[in-house]
Design a protein around this ligand. Sequence first.
Ligand SMILES: [Mg+2]
Length: 123
Amino acid sequence: MKIIIADDSRMVRGIVEKIVGSIGFDAVHAANGKEAMDILRTEHQAIDLVLLDWNMPVLSGMDVIKKMQGEDQFKNIPVLMVSTESETQRIQEALNAGAKGYVTKPFTPEQLIGAIQNVLSIP
Ligand SMILES: [Mg+2]
């Protein structure tokens, strides 16, 4: 399984990579939404999940969700939003736009793993 970790914080990407690595996932790093889209364009067939920060420079996580939904080859790749945005309304906005799940920062490894398993329907 291969995951794109899109977050403008290198530290967060490192933490997330360790957590997803513990359940056997390979990670590809993206420092903003544009990098995530570039990776999708070249590697979408190998990508099983996209973890998206909301607040990133160049292209936000919400922008990425909208772009993915607009393209047939990307719209079925599951997205899990991982963000400090914690208001119910914002979370609902992301889910309505196409995110399959939402984890608020800060999170525990168990919370992130649980959310990933949910999104990927892993029992
Ligand atoms: Mg950010």
